[in-house]
Design a protein around this ligand. Sequence first.
Ligand code: NAD
Length: 787
Amino acid sequence: MFKPFQTAAVLGAGVMGAQIAAHLANAGLTVHLLDLPAQSGDKNAVVEGAFKKALKQSPPILFTEKTAQRVILGNYEEHFDRLAKVDWVIEAVVENLAIKQQLMDRVEKTVSKETVISTNTSGLSIASIAAGRSKSFRQHFLGTHFFNPPRYLKLLELIPTADTDPQVVERMQWFGRMYLGKGIVIAKDTPNFIANRIGMFVAMLGLKGLTEQGYSIEEVDTLTGTLIGRPKSGTFRMADLVGLDTLLYVSEHLHAAVTNDPDRDMFKVPDLLRKLVETGSLGTKAGQGFYKKVDGEIRSLNPKTFAYESAKPLNLGNIDGIAKLPNLAERLQKLYHHKGRAGEFFRHAILATLAYSANRIPEIADRPVDIDQAMRWGFGWELGPFEIWDALGFDTVLTDLRKAGLAIPAWIDQMRQEGTTGFYQENGSAYVPGEYFVPLTAATDEIHLADIKANPKAVLWHNSEAALLDLGDGVVLYDLRSKANTLSIKVVDGLLEVMDWLETHDYRGMVIGNDSDNFCVGINLAEVGKIVQLENLNPFNRSHKVIAELLTKVQTLVQRIYYFHKPIVAAVHGRALGGGCELAMACPHVVADAETYIGLVELSVGLIPAGGGLMRMARWIGNRAVSDAPGDMLPFLKKVFETIGTAKVSNSAQEGIELGFLPPTTKIVMNADRRLYAAKQAVLCLDHLGYTPPPRNPIPVLGQPARAALELMAYVMHQGGYISDYDRSLANRLAYVLTGGDLTAPAAVDDNYLLGLERDNFLPLVDSPKTQERILHMLKTKKPLRN
Ligand code: NAD
């Protein structure tokens, strides 16, 4: 049992320091962010300027605006004594050993004996930063290497020194995973640790493709991006984003530091990179690097003339068929055996990467899985090097490595002699040199649906777009697996069927969730579009009977879920939009991943929420206001009107609560891998406590006077040119439903009354050409149309 950190100090408010402080505040800590004192005037000017700049970043670094209140700004001259009271000090100052060492001397003189101290250096030796400090200090000292941006990138490399107390490492491992939501990899104290060492090698391979192998920038980016399960930025767009000066600095540093690495020359800075940095072409921050936007066109660098030219057609042979394959392992295999230039590049690059990774064990890590996880979590690779090796075939790669004359470490030869055919086994074991196959310790507080689905008995029911899975202990999970996780007709029908099943089977409750990218992105617009088209073709059937029936079905469903006699918990994550938001709102209890982007976005496709969303927001207004008096309710009503009217989506689960889309009781889970487990526990807990569904209390609404106030807001927005005619007419419908329709005075109504208003105001919109235009535009471009 460890104690979570509650207070921290971050030294240095630069790119990383400000963001790390923000993320610790996201996790609920009180954080002191300190920087150098300003030379003149207010001594906090440096830190204030730096933090203000960080707050303007996109995507945002804080969960909500209010989170900033937990970041207390200060400077080294006036506020260093604050360090005496914190649980954790993180140093994130400029990458300079002498400066870091001097700072540690001061830290040692200030902190308490129990304080954990860490450095965020990306390349300096951790032990050398603590050199000269006391034994007790060194026992509490380690490297905590966050990746940029720390809120969003999952990897946290922990680098203990020979002196670090194992308990400190364990505590940090636990805290980083549970409270900061990170994937932890323990790295050795070697130059640039694990992910950046391999990542830099791979970046240099891409660069050589351009400078030595005659591939264009676009060709290299195509061959190093999503095609092979890596971020779409590929090699050069990524380099521009990171900054070419940073790239140059890291490669210079690595080249100087890895004197015993036989592949050291790979890190020799290419002339091209040096010249670009010298001429100020530093990448995105300078407006040009390998790419440059000229008159709206993205042009790329001609490495010979240094001019930016329009993209030329790719000369990679036919790879379209490969790119379309949904299965990554299959894409990799096909590309590996591709006869053209694409295959040639890939084989060369991947063999070099696999050989380099294998030869870095045990230098930078003891286990292949550490390198795989570091590359997945730190660089966004779908598969790490050894997983790719497995996908291509252990023997195939080994034979080709030999043919290519690449060095093969003894432990790989040993694997071959043992008759091993891969690094991972289906039973969840992974190869560790010197130990053979070792079970990967599956966390007992995580649920992975692939494991559940592997047991056919655990699939209790399914149709082609959803399934009911047995999570054990009497809890089931309704798993959405429709395209892009939409609320399709099959998902709705399936859920109704499953509710019947749950009535008659001896189970305690249900989780609604899944483990793909999003909880649910809303109704399937293509499906709705098709129905409308068909109905319009039939002149006797213009009343949208099918849509009306579907809507009634959805409303029946959300009400059934809300008032069900067994606990139903939504496990929300990623995007929960429109109908997806309403499905989450239908669940009286929610477990949400901290990274949840939730909102009622129907107006952006010319509709209003009609799956209970407005009814529940009306209830939320009544619950938030201290009384039903119009003066108390109106501010909340206006807030809701604005939120839905502008199709606002939360930037985090915390903000989702503030906006009213998630209940105040939502349990926010920082680590996405723990979400489904936490939701299952929530079902069990609610059941054990003796579950009762929410009471059917009446909902207070304000009637026509409040509607006039909302309509005035829409009028002002319209006059100001912020919204279109159609936006205004949609906003007026929204106002009508939220205030209770034609009621002339405040009144208390029931759920069904508001659901009826939702229906009556949704259905005519389906016929509107402007709504149809919006839907079509969204389907085509995935962007809203403000017509
Ligand atoms: P930065 O240049 O943005 O910020 C450097 C900070 O150091 C600033 O707050 C600055 O005021 C402070 N500083 C400068 N001189 C100082 C001095 N003499 N004494 C005390 N403080 C001084 O740098 P950054 O990118 O935030 O990097 C900070 C650390 O994090 C470095 O060790 C870097 O290697 C590491 N790191 C950076 C990234 C990244 O992507 N930028 C990623 C991982 C780790």
